[in-house]
Design a protein around this ligand. Structure first.
Ligand code: G
Ligand code: G
Ligand code: NA
Length: 254
């Protein structure tokens, strides 16, 4: 069993890693950026998936320093890409509700962006529908505040929570990510196609960008393309990889 002490030790010994999965222009196949996904490179247990430690991080409050590490890492990577002439690439990170509403988040984001000389527009912030369980007024205020600072906010796993539409009503987000449960069967189940089509149309009418996650084959890509989805990501293009291994995607980002 992993404990709070294990997590603290992991932070102190810099054992966390950010892996990157390409986010691709659905029309052209061009790489626009990457989603950053955390892993824990444990000295004895090997690579640990976020599903095995994020809950513990949330309940112990360590999600704040871990999330801050993710933000710093993402900005460092954006700065490296900028030096390599890849300044157009974006990174999308996952923020837990607790960190999203944390008092110090806006100042921390701005400080990191300024330190690295990176435009806030390059860092997208993904929040899940769970954030809607929090105080709506506070969430709305925070999304407005971050949007005004230039950080795009995206709703992750859209369509799976019971409160999906409340976001669109009250929260001024820029993007929604269509959950892979719908994408998984879009090439075989007409119902999935109808649901995705309606999400894309809804998003278009509200002026929001759509990203479909979990694309695993070309047929799914083509269907999403025909529906007018903006961006896609999934194993068809790549699984999440360490920064050193994603350079091969740079050729397809031009
Ligand atoms: O990469 P993987 O499929 O194992 O990720 C599983 C889930 O873990 C993701 O869907 C995401 O919600 C969560 N996750 C990944 N990286 C982070 C992170 O940096 N912070 C938080 N809070 N959650 C993350
Ligand atoms: O919910 P979130 O977007 O954070 O989920 C990202 C996770 O989904 C990553 O941890 C990644 O491993 C997983 N994932 C990414 N692409 C695919 C895919 O094409 N198929 C499946 N089954 N999982 C994927
Ligand atoms: Na995500």
């Amino acid at each position: 069993m992993l404990s709070e002490m294990n997590l603290r030790r992991g932070l102190d010994f810099n054992e966390f890693r950010l892996f990157y999965q390409p986010q691709v222009d659905c029309l052209t196949g061009k790489v626009l950026g990457f989603e950053g996904l955390i892993r824990w490179q444990h000295p004895e247990r090997g690579l640990i998936a976020p599903g095995d430690f994020i809950e513990l991080a949330e309940s112990t409050g360590l999600i704040i320093p871990i999330g801050e590490w993710v933000i710093q890492e993402a900005f460092s990577q954006l700065a490296v890409w900028e030096k390599l002439g890849r300044g157009h690439l974006t990174i999308s990170i996952n923020l837990s509700p607790r960190h999203f509403l944390h008092t110090k988040l806006p100042a921390f984001l701005m400080e990191c962006a300024n330190n690295k000389g990176i435009e806030p527009q390059k860092l997208k912030l993904e929040i899940t529908e769970n954030v809607a369980l929090e105080d709506h007024v506070a969430v709305n205020k925070r999304i407005n505040q971050l949007s005004e600072m230039g950080f795009p906010v995206s709703i992750d796993d859209f369509g799976t929570g019971y409160s999906a539409f409340i976001y669109l009503q009250h929260f001024p987000v820029q993007q929604i990510k269509i959950d892979r449960q719908f994408v998984r069967t879009v090439d075989v189940d007409p119902k999935s196609e109808i649901i995705i089509k309606s999400i894309v149309q809804l998003a278009q009418m509200l002026g929001l960008q759509t990203v479909a996650e979990g694309v695993e084959n070309e047929e799914q890509w083509k269907r999403l393309q025909a529906m007018g989805c903006d961006e896609i990501q999934g194993f068809y293009f790549s699984k999440p990889l360490p920064a050193e291994e994603i350079h091969r995607f740079f050729a397809s980002s031009e």
